[in-house]
Design a protein around this ligand. Sequence first.
Ligand SMILES: [Zn+2]
Length: 128
Amino acid sequence: MTELQKKIGASVLVVLALGLLVRMVYRSMGHEATPNDTRTLMDSETGELFECPIEKLKPYPMLNAKTGKDTMYRTEVCYWGEDCRKAGGTHVIMNELLGKEGPTYCPVCGHVVRFLNPRPPDYRPGGD
Ligand SMILES: [Zn+2]
């Protein structure tokens, strides 16, 4: 085997290995996104909650197949009040999405709810 052939062989191996690596990373990323990635939606009229796979999300409001109305919105979750914590979070539709004026308040504890609503610094899921 000449020096050139060795070099060519080595670079082919490197390219193959890189290709494999890219595929593995790509697959693992795709895999993570598929099974459990859902978003909680709420019907603005009935208050019913639904889990929707992210790939099926459409511009809001989305159709509620049960009622036949476009009343489904994404929610923010409030963990600020005592009752909200105990319930594992209260789902709230933002006023902005509903076309209402003014800040959005949690209907349970009255705390102001923001987009990507932060959790209290001392909040521990499942804890007290
Ligand atoms: Zn609350």
